[in-house]
Design a binder for this molecule. Structure first.
Ligand code: UT7
Length: 390
């Protein structure tokens, strides 16, 4: 069969969810720890407060966002083909946080992997997920951005610790022959700027050691001014490129969802693109920079604020460590108003997740029992063999 006989497939966003830890850290509270003020932080960054994990981890935040996305779409986890978690603060070096989520959701048919592209990670993950769908490899893909940067910032460094917060956001993608959904993606990298924003320790270059800990290599190091200059340039260029690739003009853009790092960077990009404030979503004031989670959290809040309707054209644009950047144009197709989760559906889901947890627990126990019994049987067999041969 000729390739062009296959119908064109599109990746539509059919579910969305977000979660942030309830614990709030205000600028005034931060000012008690480092030499800063609420006024300085607000003026230079637009940040007023951020959420900080207490008991939560990256996986627990990601799981809550993922569960909401599945509920909104009314999709069972067993229908998932693939789970991608964009994160720079994974649960472990390995296994992947995505595998933890796959198990906890009971997504028995899904493949799972983490994607590392710092604050651009979510757009990268969305691009991969949409590409898998468009190529016909997968039908239903869950894309999550989740971070607990509070665990990797140096709480004594006022230049960085004021910026970051914790949270997670998730989007559910599904294949359809109906045009729309993810229209274009643009990904970029300039590794020559890697040292401008990095966590130098914990990888193969500087493995964890007493020395690496003493030298504080496991926390975020950043040249703020240089990252700022880079950010203002790529936000504008990448937004235009995503629109061009999707054959859309700037006038056709209904809402820009930029990475929420600094309101001055967002305002600069909006001005350079000639976009009025109602076409640019901002929530950095309440969350700070949640890295790979910032774009999906912002999109979900935009949906909840009824700023996204079917037929709208959106661009999500991110930048960060790498240096890296990414943008993505979307034609929104899913109704957003009536997407309320009924108490009955919520109860059903809770039951499903309890059952998955129970199954996962029994698999672990069975694996241990199986391993012990097999070990004992092997020893008996070996003893018998040596008895015979003796
Ligand atoms: O996801 C990507 C993550 N990274 C970013 O998006 C970061 C991009 N960069 C930025 O957002 C800004 O560069 C910052 C908000 C980090 C800093 O703002 P800035 O206007 O570039 O400040 P600066 O680094 O040029 O520092 C200005 C002054 C310095 O004092 P001196 O040398 O002029 O005396 C800093 O020591 O502000 C001082 N300063 C602070 N003062 C009070 C730096 N941090 C603080 C602070 N409170 N928290």
């Amino acid at each position: 069969m000729a390739a062009n006989q296959f119908p064109q497939r599109y990746a539509h966003i059919i579910g969305w969810g977000k979660y942030a830890p309830p614990n709030v850290l205000t600028n005034d509270e931060l000012a008690k720890r480092v030499d800063t003020t609420d006024a300085w932080i607000r003026e230079r960054t637009g940040i007023g407060e951020r959420r900080i994990a207490t008991k939560e981890t990256t996986a627990t935040l990601a799981l809550r966002a993922a569960q909401d996305a599945l509920q909104v779409a009314d999709i069972d986890p067993v229908e998932l083909d693939l789970i991608i978690v964009a994160t720079s603060t994974p649960e472990y070096i390995f296994p992947a946080t995505a595998s933890v989520i796959q198990d906890q959701l009971g997504a028995e048919r899904a493949g799972a992997f983490d994607l590392s592209a710092a604050c651009s990670g979510f757009v990268y993950a969305l691009s991969v997920g949409a590409g898998m769908i468009r190529s016909g490899q997968h039908h239903t893909v869950l894309v999550i951005g989740a971070e607990t940067f509070s665990k990797i910032v140096n709480w004594k460094d006022r230049a960085t610790c004021i910026l970051f917060g914790d949270g997670a956001g998730a989007l559910l993608l599904r294949a359809s022959e109906q045009p729309g959904g993810v229209l274009s993606t643009v990904l970029g990298s300039d590794g020559s700027g890697g040292e401008l924003l990095q966590v130098p320790g914990g990888g193969s270059r500087n493995p964890a050691s007493l020395e690496s800990v003493m030298n504080n290599l496991h926390t975020v190091k950043m040249n703020g001014r240089e990252v700022y200059r880079f950010a203002t340039r790529v936000m504008v260029d990448a937004t235009k490129q995503a629109l061009d690739k999707a054959n859309l003009s700037l006038a056709e853009l209904d809402l820009l969802i930029p990475h929420q790092a600094n309101s001055r960077i967002i305002d600069y990009a909006a001005k350079a693109l000639n976009l009025p404030p109602d076409k640019v979503f901002q929530n950095v004031e309440r969350y700070g920079n949640t890295s790979a989670a910032s774009i999906p959290i912002a999109l979900v809040e935009a949906i909840q604020a009824q700023r996204v309707q079917p037929g709208d054209h959106l661009v999500m644009v991110g930048f960060g460590g790498g240096l890296s950047w990414g943008s993505c144009a979307v034609e929104w197709t899913t109704p957003t108003r009536e997407r309320q989760i009924t108490p009955q559906r919520a109860a059903q889901s809770r039951l499903r997740y309890r059952w998955s947890n129970f199954k996962s627990f029994s698999h672990r126990i069975l694996r241990r029992v199986d391993s012990s019994v097999t070990h004992i049987l092997d020893r008996i067999e070996n003893n018998n063999h040596s008895g015979h041969s003796g």
